[in-house]
Design a protein around this ligand. Structure first.
Ligand code: FES
Length: 99
């Protein structure tokens, strides 16, 4: 899966850059962190305590499979969190209190 580059049929927000695990990642204002991660090839961005990969699952904020750390705040749901320019996202950190 990749980002649709021909945007003539839909509107996009202003281009911004976020930092994911130290790497600058292009994104668009108004989209979610999960959208930016998927568009740049990230499919799983955390692991359970048993080592199972997790990423986008429900996409509506219910399952908590998509959590990332944003600007130092842990357990942020990537599917619900809008992009902000310069946002620092860390992946791969196990979710606290996970079942
Ligand atoms: S994908 Fe389920 S809470 Fe984000």
């Amino acid at each position: 899966m990749s980002r649709i580059e021909d945007s003539s049929r839909f509107r996009r927000g202003q281009p911004v850059t976020i930092v994911v695990d130290g790497e600058r990642v292009p994104a668009y204002r108004g989209k979610t962190i999960a959208g930016a991660l998927l568009a740049t090839g990230h499919r799983a961005w955390r692991r359970t305590r048993h080592g199972q990969p997790r990423g986008l699952f429900c996409g509506i904020g219910v399952c908590f499979d998509c959590t990332v750390t944003v600007n130092g705040t842990t357990n942020v749901r990537a599917c619900l969190t809008p992009i902000a320019d310069g946002m620092i996202v860390e992946t791969g950190i196990p979710m606290e209190h996970q079942p």
